[in-house]
Design a protein around this ligand. Structure first.
Ligand code: GCW
Length: 647
């Protein structure tokens, strides 16, 4: 029985799966072979596309053959074309589903010429989105922590939202870009959310059922204190037998409700969440206890490495937050169970617009690692600014292997909510899409992925050149008008939107730039600083150690230098600050003009939404420029060489 394609609620944007994207497939004679639930998903897709565009499901003379030769879990598929016939073969329904969406992406090109059989398989087996969605509205963080796209797709005001057709449509979008796992609640697990693990597991099961036909496994964030808060035990000590029994029982019941449940995501001993430290145990003890409960069922625990002292005294110059993940976890390498995956933020701090790649990635050769990216734009414009993160993520993902290192899995914090455009800013959809495609192939060219997204979303005849121009450089533009040279956290405390140069300077969060009248930046060298640079392997430890070899864009992350320090670019640090801030705003103005010129060429609601967000982006970019420039002018007393207005 073909599974019907989910129907989008009125007014919800089809994102990268508009009906038109299915015309090339839907206008053809298609043969489907194989059986199993995901084959039925493909069957439903093809049937609907053919009904719309005049093609047919046909035994004779098919132009497209989609064949699953078995029913295994492999995600790989082979695509080829000979004698006027395009074929996708896979050993099971999952592979067939990805192969089908690949043909959709190729469009007419899938049906032209000849194509030697090419095999496609994902570089990593798990490509997950973590939703920081709360079930109950949190008094400070709201329905979705760091969410900029409205409410949650899954939860509303303490209850399951119940809009499962929309969840199905979400799963379909994710499958079409290669994502195969979703964690449905925030890693900060509050009282209400804790209960998803036990008496409210049925609500998670409903979501899992809606996502399953698109090859997506569901995961749950759990609190380490669950045995206490849910089980009534006196301890959550991971080495205590009653605690282990409690987790084993609770986990078995989860699998009764959701047989293909993916596993747990855990934020422990981090920003106030409970963890093994309270019992004098290590994070390996904690993770392995949960891994043990999950192992009989084939599940995995994703244990986050985001562990640092968030109650630091700013006067304490010996503690460096950037060091924390490495210091905590490297000594534990080799002690994690095979189904415990350490989930590491891509940078050592916290999703700033520019950070070095975390030295933890690759420093734990005997531990499975997942790299965590942030699609939700907490520090990159909160989906009011255009900031396409493809180039940044690509740099991160290429750095690992280049440095002889690796990671097994990719995770991103989701940027999706119940907004009609899914991501609030319609152009932020590109981040979600790019994440999925990069997770499938980390060495893919991000520019090509962007063009793919543009082609699908705006149609084969859309204004591709203009859209590419607007998005391609937007991350660097954002970097220019915000934080210079790897300095982070010059944001307003709490909500993190807009400039506040000293907002985090005297805070307990370990986030300082140390600007004074002579210079700015954090000395993280081994010789005279916090020693963070020494956490890297060769050659990076040496490269970052000295201001002479450290790349410009990270200079202030690694070094405290005088304002007159001359960069590799030939400019002084202070002049770089002025220049980039003026340039950044000018680039926003230019992009905005390009967007304005597209009126009439993109769908009106989408055009209006983006145009309106550009107004805010420009206002905010000017604010950043003027505050940052004025701040450093007042500190340094050095005027802008070009005499532009600095306040
Ligand atoms: O970036 C910080 C955010 C927190 C978040 C935390 C984390 C979910 O400001 O809101 O909490 O990171 O990653 O755990």
């Amino acid at each position: 029985m073909p599974l019907p394609v989910p129907v989008l609620p009125d007014g919800v944007d089809p994102a990268w799966l508009p009906e038109e994207a299915f015309r090339p497939v839907g206008g053809r004679r298609v043969l489907i072979r194989g059986s199993g639930p995901l084959v039925e998903t493909v069957h439903g897709e093809v049937a609907e596309a053919c009904a719309r565009f005049g093609g047919a499901l046909a035994e004779d003379d098919p132009e497209l053959v989609l064949e699953a030769t078995g029913d295994d879990g492999s995600e790989a598929f082979t695509l080829g074309r000979r004698d006027g016939r395009t074929t996708v073969t896979a050993s099971g329904g999952r592979g067939l589903l990805y192969g089908f969406f690949h043909v959709v992406r190729l469009g007419e090109a899938a049906f032209q010429g000849e194509r030697r059989a090419e095999e496609h398989r994902p570089a990593s087996a798990l490509r997950m989105l973590d939703h920081w969605d709360n079930v109950a509205v949190h008094p400070v963080m709201g329905q979705v922590e760091r969410g900029y796209a409205g409410g949650s797709l899954f939860w509303a005001d303490g209850r399951a939202r119940g809009e499962l057709e929309r969840v199905r449509a979400y799963g379909r979008l994710l499958a079409a870009c290669g994502i195969n796992a979703v964690a449905v609640n925030n890693v900060n697990v509050h009282e209400t959310e804790a209960r998803l693990l036990t008496d409210r597991i049925g609500e998670v099961a409903d979501i899992a059922a809606a996502l399953r036909p698109y090859g997506i496994r569901t995961q749950l964030s759990v609190t380490f204190a669950a045995p206490i808060v849910l089980g009534g035990l006196e301890t959550a000590d991971p080495l205590d037998d009653s605690v282990r029994r409690w987790w084993a029982g609770a986990t078995a019941r989860v699998y009764e409700a959701i047989p293909d449940f993916g596993g747990y995501v855990v934020k422990a001993d981090s920003e106030g969440q409970p963890g093994p430290f309270a019992y004098g145990r290590t994070h390996a003890d904690g993770a392995n206890m949960l891994a043990g409960a999950l192992a009989p069922h084939g599940g995995t625990v994703h244990w986050r490495a985001f562990v640092y002292d968030h109650r630091q005294d700013w006067r304490d110059r010996t503690t460096d937050r950037a060091r924390a993940a490495y210091d905590h976890f490297v000594p534990l390498d080799g002690r994690f169970a095979p189904n415990a995956v350490l989930q590491v933020k891509h940078g050592p701090m916290d999703f700033q617009v520019r950070e070095p790649v975390s030295p933890l990635i690759g420093a734990m050769p005997h531990t499975a690692l997942a790299v965590e990216l942030q699609a939700t734009q907490e520090y990159t414009g909160q989906q009011r600014h255009v900031c396409w993160l493809g180039p940044m993520w690509s740099e991160v993902l290429r750095f690992g292997p280049a440095a002889g290192r690796g990671f097994e899995e990719l995770v991103a914090v989701s940027n999706v909510g119940d907004d009609p455009f899914w991501t609030g800013h319609p152009l932020a959809q590109a981040n979600l899409y790019t994440f999925g495609r990069l997770a499938w192939r980390p060495d893919a060219d991000p520019g090509a992925i962007l063009d793919e997204w543009i082609g699908l979303t705006f149609g084969a005849d859309g204004p591709a050149k203009e859209l590419h121009a607007v998005l391609d450089g937007s991350w660097r533009t954002y970097e220019k008008y915000t934080a210079p040279l790897g300095v982070g956290f010059m944001v307003q405390p709490g909500h993190h939107y807009g400039p506040s140069v000293d907002g985090y300077e005297y805070s307990p969060w370990g986030t300082y730039h140390f600007a004074d009248r002579d210079g700015v930046g954090v000395d993280r060298s081994s010789a005279t600083g916090t020693g963070y640079a020494g956490q890297y392997a060769t050659p990076w430890a040496e490269t970052y150690e000295s201001p002479g070899t450290c790349p410009d864009e990270l200079l202030l992350f690694f070094h405290h230098v005088p304002y007159g320090h001359v960069l590799k670019s030939g400019r002084t640090v202070i002049q770089h600050i002025y220049d980039t801030h003026f340039e950044g705003v000018a680039e926003v103005e230019a992009a905005m003009a390009v967007w304005a010129s597209l009126k009439g060429r993109v769908e009106p609601a989408r055009h209006a939404r983006v145009a309106e967000r550009y107004e805010e982006q420009l206002r905010c970019a000017r604010e950043w420029r003027d505050q940052v420039n004025s701040y450093f002018f007042r500190k340094s007393g050095v005027p802008d060489e070009r005499g532009r207005t600095v306040y």
